[in-house]
Write a protein that binds this ligand. Structure first.
Ligand code: OSB
Ligand code: MG
Length: 369
């Protein structure tokens, strides 16, 4: 496969409601889509999930653009045969920057699979034909929370609810939603690193709420702290931010810091590394789930394919398009009976809707190879 041109698309999608975590509030999703155009006329799509500002990880959108333009695209240009596997190997010459690597690897992989007529799920060896939907609810008022829980649980039949928590917004909303949903609903929380080890006693108060997990209670750097905290909690700890590779996942598990791993392809440098983390966790008997980054239909479709793999036994942050967007840039991802169908078409199995993409696009840039 050879690539003739690559196009960067800056898009902005207003969120149906602001999304608030312990560290930031998002009103619009600013995303970067990358399309690779092969010499034989195939187009592959990727979505960069870095945020506009470095709030969740050190990467941010314009930094990704610069790394893509100046480092990663030139590396692809030098490949004799362009494949996702070869691009991944070439990208090791660049330190860090997983979101930038992931979007280009994804677009190349999509083109490569479309040329072969193979689906991403098929390529990953995934066998499920649908995956359960899960929703991540930001920090909001009690009334809004009750309404959101009612909407996603009772009306949309989502299979799992995740609450963003922080000091001052933890035990009360968790008990409120637990009571509202009943004892058997899959409920979990994500602190995005908002606590310290001194909060262990306080966090132990959540132990009787039967949470599926607590995600990233402590700072991303503090793997040792999570291992200590794990001994003081009954609730299982899941790591998100610090897991950047199969090696870091294995280390965190072996150190007793994580009983569960959240896999986000962007955070780990692409779907190939995501697959390796899945395999490493599976070998250790550690369940995994697919995390979300407020993806458009492009990123969500690919994440649904990933979630169809064997060891993704916990429900992911996989919601329908309408959870975040009034108008997605693809035909909408739909939740039916609490599940999302795994795309069966070639590549990621979905393409942007031209009119919707045009509407959301602020500018584009062509790069000739
Ligand atoms: O920690 O999982 C997180 C969004 C942005 C940054 C970090 C996180 C999230 C989410 C989004 O929780 C969930 C989703 O996309 O459905
Ligand atoms: Mg998280």
């Amino acid at each position: 496969m050879r690539i003739a041109r690559i196009r960067l698309h800056w898009v902005r999608l207003p969120l149906v409601t602001p999304f608030r975590t312990s560290v930031y509030t998002e009103f619009d999703r600013e995303a970067l889509l990358v399309s690779v155009h092969t010499t034989d006329g195939v187009v592959g799509w990727g979505e960069c999930v870095a945020m506009a500002e470095p709030v969740y990880s050190p990467e941010y959108l314009e930094g990704c653009v610069r790394v893509l333009r100046e480092r990663l695209i030139p590396l692809v240009e030098r490949l004799v045969e362009v494949t996702a596997e070869n691009a991944r190997a070439a990208f090791t010459a660049v330190d860090g920057n997983p979101n930038a690597k992931a979007v280009l690897e994804m677009a190349i992989l999509d083109a490569q699979l479309r040329r072969k007529g193979m689906s991403l799920a098929g390529y990953l060896g995934a066998t499920r034909t649908s995956v359960p939907a899960g929703v991540s609810l930001g920090i909001m008022t009690r009334d809004e929370l009750r309404e959101a829980a009612d909407h996603f649980w009772n009306r949309e039949h989502y299979r799992r609810i995740k609450l963003k928590i922080k000091p001052g917004w933890d035990e009360e909303p968790v008990r409120l939603v637990r009571e509202f949903l009943g004892p058997h609903a899959a409920l979990q929380v994500d602190a995005n690193g908002a606590y310290t080890l001194d909060d262990a006693g306080h966090l132990a108060r959540l132990d009787d709420c039967d949470l599926v997990m607590i995600e990233q209670p402590l700072d991303a750097d503090d793997v040792d702290g999570h291992a200590l905290l794990a001994r003081r909690l009954k609730t299982r700890i899941c790591l998100d931010e610090p897991i950047v590779s199969a090696a870091t996942a294995a280390h965190a598990i072996d150190a007793g810091a994580a009983a569960i791993i959240n896999i986000k392809p962007g955070r780990v440098g692409g779907y190939l590394e995501a697959r390796d983390i899945h395999d490493a966790c599976g070998a250790r008997g550690v369940p995994v789930w697919v995390g979300g980054m407020l993806e458009t239909g492009i990123g969500r479709a690919a994440n649904v394919a990933l979630a169809a793999m064997e060891h993704f036994t916990l429900v992911g942050d996989l919601s329908g398009s309408e959870r975040f967007y009034k108008q997605d840039i693809t035909p909408p991802i739909v939740v039916r009976d609490g599940h999302i169908a795994v795309p069966a078409g070639p590549g990621i199995g979905i393409e942007p809707d031209e009119a919707a993409l045009g509407e959301a696009t602020e500018r584009t840039e062509w790069i000739d190879l």
